[in-house]
Design a protein. Sequence first.
Length: 91
Amino acid sequence: MGETCVPIPAGKHWIDERAERIDLAAFAGYLGQPAVADAANGVWGFGPATSPAVLLSAEAPDFTLPDLDGKMHTLADYRGKKVLLYSWASW
C-alpha cells in the first residue's frame, strides 16, 4: 500500500505539543491497529488494522526463538495464554 499519511484531527488527544511527545498507544487506537511496546529497549511496533475476532482466533505454528538475553522460548510453552507475536524484517 505504500506510505500512509495520517491527518492530525481536531482535538489531537494523542499529541502533547508542549512535551513534544506522542501517546503511541492512543495513536494506535485512533488508527485501529494493535501495538506492542518494549519500554526497556525503547521500541514500538504497530500491526495492520484488523478486527478483534481475527486477533483472538489466529493460531501460529510452534517455534523456538531466543529473547534479548539469549533465553530460548518455545511458543507451545505458552499455549492457553494470550501471546502477542511481533516480527519485523528490513526487506
